[in-house]
Design a protein around this ligand. Structure first.
Ligand code: NCD
Length: 291
């Protein structure tokens, strides 16, 4: 059984195939190929986009989706996570989609599972379907992604979206620069800066990220307003430059990206959400479509 825990679980050839499927799906060319399949969603952390996107993807392909409300599940009665998972497994689902605040949980479950385990975000570690949909969104705009220049801006150190994107984008040959204050900068061999203005003439894409306040053990910035004055992507900063603006959501308006730019055609934030369904359909087809 194949699982999707990290972006590097798939080769470039496999990802290119996912993109071809996603393109077909976007033209409405798909059948209910998951009609006999049962998929469980298990979200231990909040989610708006990812959970509903997976559920819509699964339903479009005809699967049954069962959402386990973890606030009412037996993990709240002291059952271990592995026991909860083993019990769910015993019911024979084809896939379990899991989000957890602790890095490594989906990987551990995958070591015991007969169902395909799909990581919908684990701590600050990985969020593979987000990175795949981000890359797919870029692929729709550029004939050739190699050497396209992208700045990833924000709380990179605590972001699973950044981690997964860094692996995937560098593998596809994009030129990645990390833009963050020192406290949000991970250890890296990539180019880094804390100055947005220094990179604005040298990028094709900007990916803004939310400050992950829930993962900080103490308030890192005096206020989000202070952070925004240095790192908010504004219409003024962009001028008339032809740069794609991306964000995985949820956006802190006027902190990550300003209102005016969110309404600008250069902002691809809602295209990313739309593509999320297509990419998750392709991932489900790949993992459980033929088993
Ligand atoms: C992200 C997440 O949960 O990792 N959101 C998402 O899945 N679209 C990013 C975030 O919470 O900042």
């Amino acid at each position: 059984m194949r699982h999707l825990i990290r972006t590097d679980d798939f080769s470039i050839e496999e990802i290119n195939e996912l993109f071809q499927d996603a393109e077909r799906f976007s033209d409405g060319r798909f059948e209910r190929i998951l009609q006999d399949k049962i998929i469980i969603t298990l979200f231990f952390e909040n989610s708006t986009r990812t959970k509903s996107s997976f559920e819509i993807a699964a339903k479009r392909l005809g699967a049954e989706v069962i959402h386990l409300d973890v606030t009412k599940s037996s993990t709240k009665k002291g059952e271990t996570l592995t026991d909860t998972a083993a019990n769910l497994e015993a019911m024979g689902p084809n896939a379990i989609i899991i989000r957890h605040q602790n890095a490594g949980v989906p990987k551990i479950l995958s070591q015991h599972a007969n169902a395909a385990i799909i990581n919908a975000g684990d701590g600050a570690h990985a969020h593979p379907t987000q990175a795949l949909l981000d890359l797919f969104t870029m692929h729709q705009h550029f004939d050739n992604l190699k050497d396209k220049r992208i700045a990833i801006v924000g709380d990179i150190k605590n972001s699973r979206v950044a981690n997964s994107n860094i692996e995937l984008l560098t593998r596809y040959g994009l030129d990645v620069t990390l833009v963050a204050p020192p406290q949000f900068m991970p250890k890296t061999t990539l180019k880094t800066t804390d100055s947005l203005t220094s990179i604005i003439d040298k990028v094709d894409i900007i990916m803004s990220l939310r400050t992950q306040t829930e993962r900080h053990s103490y308030p890192i910035y005096a206020s989000l307003k202070d952070y925004a004055s240095d790192f908010c992507i504004t219409k003024e900063l962009l001028g008339d430059r032809d740069i794609l603006i991306m964000h995985p959501g949820p956006v802190h308006r006027n902190v990550d990206i300003d209102d005016a730019l969110l309404d600008d055609p250069r902002s691809k934030v809602l295209n990313q959400v739309k593509n999320g369904v297509l990419i998750r359909m392709a991932v489900l087809k790949k993992l459980i479509g033929n088993v």
